[in-house]
Ligand binder design. Structure first.
Ligand SMILES: CC(C)(COP(=O)(O)OP(=O)(O)OC[C@H]1O[C@@H](n2cnc3c(N)ncnc32)[C@H](O)[C@@H]1OP(=O)(O)O)[C@@H](O)C(=O)NCCC(=O)NCCS
Length: 182
């Protein structure tokens, strides 16, 4: 049985090993520029467990999708090679998108194989006016609207998101208070 749980810090070593096997070269990808030094969006990093074995992982990140504003970047998603084709990727995608929607996020973008992500409703038409900070094959750059119209007519560069996690919010508030007190 596969169980999807929110990722915890304890999952990280197994997650790294999993991704090195499922996605070698992932650190060289254009999307990595939008993830490096950031934390995944709060509550939107998931692990798929098959008993005590970490079998799959997916994370979503805050980005600013040009004129469309706040959006999420999905990736990397990876499933252990020996567990692929068993529906784990689908479970992770369905869960991640349902949670993102429940948290009132408006849109998700990603770079990946169009035939796979098309089944979840992603389309490269929705990202036609957007650019990423590096090379990408246009048909692999896709979007999904969680709120109808969220990506309609979107143009411009996708940048690291302005929305930050709760921990960063607290730090930023503390800094503002310090500055005001000085
Ligand atoms: C892509 C990945 C996350 C899918 O997870 P999974 O658990 O194997 O997928 P599922 O079992 O839920 O779905 C399997 C279906 O997706 C299809 N599929 C899997 N990978 C695909 C791909 N890269 N392109 C198109 N279709 C793909 C399978 O053919 C199968 O189709 P079917 O249902 O018609 O038989 C996983 O295979 C993986 O980690 N691959 C290597 C890393 C990778 O390529 N990640 C990003 C994809 S761009």
């Amino acid at each position: 049985m596969i169980v999807i749980r929110n990722e915890t810090a304890l999952d990280i070593p197994a997650r790294e090993i999993l991704l090195d096997r499922a996605l070698p070269g992932r650190h060289l990808k254009t999307c990595e520029k939008l993830r490096r030094g950031q934390r995944p969006a709060d509550g939107l990093a998931f692990s798929a467990w098959q008993g005590a074995r970490l079998a799959g992982t997916v994370r979503l990140w805050h980005v600013e999708a040009g004129s469309a504003g706040d959006a999420l970047l999905l990736g990397p998603i990876g499933v252990l090679p020996e567990c692929q084709g068993l529906g784990i990727g689908t479970l992770l995608m369905d869960h991640a998108l349902a949670e993102a929607s429940a948290m009132n996020h408006r849109a998700v973008i990603l770079v990946g194989d169009a035939p796979y992500y098309g089944r979840f409703g992603f389309s490269s038409e929705l990202t036609a006016g957007l650019t990423l900070p590096g090379p990408v094959e246009r048909d692999r750059f896709q979007g999904l609207e969680l709120v109808p119209g969220a990506l309609a007519g979107a143009t411009g560069m996708v940048k690291v998101g302005m929305r930050v996690g709760a921990e960063d919010d607290r730090r930023r508030t503390a800094l503002i208070e310090l500055r005001q007190a000085a």
